[in-house]
Design a protein around this ligand. Structure first.
Ligand SMILES: Nc1ncnc2c1ncn2[C@@H]1O[C@H](COP(=O)(O)OP(=O)(O)OP(=O)(O)O)[C@@H](O)[C@H]1O
Ligand SMILES: [Mg+2]
Length: 460
């Protein structure tokens, strides 16, 4: 079911429940007020009749009967005088003979006097019984029973009920219509967003959603816009990567083709032949290395990280084990400033990062220079790893591109034939997968410093 209809249904249901509750509450309060008001009137009328009967009943039977019939006519109430045994002494309607024993619940009730009951009878409809005590007429005593037709009262209550049903019913109908409008208003931006999202295709990767809102709808549209932009960037990068990788693979292939085509022509000269074969092997190695790096990047992308604790000393041990010889032969010194911190990384990926940066530092540094590896604690569960060299450095213009796949600076290409420009792209990918960042600072001719920041918080 559409969100609009769900909201509409919910609003309407809520209002119906509220309407019904309101109806019962108001009607009950009204009924109580009307009945209580009428009870008070009757009791005060009864009290004035009782006052009148003082000194008359039972001494003067005729005057008593006269008073009763006068009040009965004036108030349109049937008045009965009943003695303590429940025998009728006087009946203003003169229907019950003196001495008749009447038995109605109000006489048997134990509530204090005066007391009133309302009941619905089959013959007369709603009847009110009010009983007052004739205490002033001791020792005879007895009760004044007032019997009144209160159908009008209940008609009044019923007409109030009908009026309330009309008012609340109309309000519910109006709210039904209004809530449909409200639900449409709330769900319209979502429908619009869906329409805009449905327009996104391979050829049209844009999301335009105009709005004047400052709520979650705005946040959602901004998030979608961001996502679409990211997707575009991602696709663009993927295309660039594809065209760059095919181009980079084509270059050694073309060289290899050229060498193979000319191999027959140098068959007579063993020296030239040997040189051609060596060139061929070099291109094959280059291609092999490039393909391996591409595969590494792809694997790193797919692999889920398994973070493990790693001591700072292990980093030192690893670098010594893998790079000490080459450093010695190039007369490059390795220096370590390691704080005693435990880092949490995926070991294989992390060492790939270290290997790439260190091998760059060695590759792009002249002899008699130093490579310094520093590991420090930074603020808020962060650790920083710096790998700095005193090599050829990178110009400011080149520095922003060194993490792009296949990017090699002119200086680097002149300095060393080796390398395909994929190492730092892989490094960046791995660090980002770890939720960290990598930056580079460099001064041309003086050296380069790579700074890796990793969040060391252990998520349990
Ligand atoms: N320590 C460094 N000193 C000077 N330039 C560097 C350094 N590290 C990287 N660069 C520059 O950044 C470029 C990209 O480095 P990257 O490691 O991605 O590629 P590469 O070393 O050329 O080849 P690969 O790592 O794929 O074998 C290098 O070609 C070089 O121009
Ligand atoms: Mg490299």
């Amino acid at each position: 079911m559409k969100l609009k209809y769900q909201m509409w249904l919910l609003f309407s249901l809520l209002f119906v429940v509220m309407g019904v509750a309101l109806y019962y509450f108001i009607v009950a309060a009204y009924e109580e007020r009307v009945i209580e008001g009428h009870e008070n009137i009757t009791i005060s009328q009864g009290a004035s009749i009782v006052e009148r009967l003082q000194g008359v009943y039972p001494k003067f039977p005729e005057r008593t009967a006269g008073y009763l019939s006068t009040y009965s006519n004036r108030l349109d109430v049937r008045l009965l005088l009943i003695d303590v045994q429940g025998q009728v002494r006087y009946d203003s309607y003169e229907q019950l003979a003196a001495g008749t024993i009447i038995d109605i619940p109000i006489l048997r009730a134990e509530n204090p006097l005066p007391r009133t009951t309302f009941k619905e009878t089959s013959n007369y409809g709603y009847v009110q019984h009010t009983l007052l005590y004739l205490e002033e007429n001791q020792p005879v005593g007895g009760y004044l029973l007032m019997i009144e037709d209160v159908n009008i009262l209940y008609e009044d209550i019923r007409s109030f009920q009908s009026w309330m049903i009309f008012v609340i019913g109309t309000a519910i109908i109006i709210f039904f219509i209004l809530s449909f409008g409200i639900a449409s208003l709330f769900s319209r931006p979502i429908s619009k967003m869906i329409t805009e999202m449905n327009k996104i295709s391979r050829h049209n990767r844009s999301f335009k959603f105009r709005h004047h809102r400052k709520d979650e709808i705005k946040d959602l549209s901004v998030a979608i816009e961001g996502m679409v932009q990211q997707l575009n960037q991602y696709e663009q990068r993927q295309r660039q990567f594809l065209s760059a990788s095919s181009h980079e693979l084509k270059t050694p292939l073309a060289t290899m083709q050229l060498i193979s085509e000319n191999l027959a022509s140098v068959r007579e000269s063993p020296e030239d032949h040997e040189e051609f074969v060596a060139d061929l092997m070099l291109q094959i190695d280059k291609m092999k290395q490039m393909v391996n790096q591409l595969l590494d990047m792809n694997r790193a992308w797919d692999r889920s990280l398994r973070k493990e604790p790693l001591e700072a000393s292990e980093i030192k041990k690893h670098i010594h084990k893998h790079f000490q010889h080459v450093c010695e032969s190039k007369k490059i010194k390795l220096d370590f400033i390691l704080e005693d911190v435990l880092i949490h990384v995926d070991l294989a990926s992390f060492f790939q990062v270290v290997d790439n940066i260190i091998s760059n530092a060695i590759r792009y540094s002249p002899s008699n220079t130093t490579i310094t590896v520093t590991l420090t604690k930074a603020e808020k569960d962060k650790v920083e790893l710096f790998i700095c060299d005193e090599g050829i450095g990178i110009s400011k213009e080149d520095l922003i591109y060194v993490f792009e796949p296949f990017y090699r600076t002119m200086d680097a290409s002149e300095w060393s034939q080796e390398g395909s420009g994929l190492g730092l792209a892989l490094v960046k990918q791995i660090i980002e997968q770890h939720g960290g960042t990598i930056t580079a600072q460099s001064t041309k001719g003086k050296g380069t410093c790579f700074q890796i920041t990793l969040c060391n918080k252990i998520v349990t």
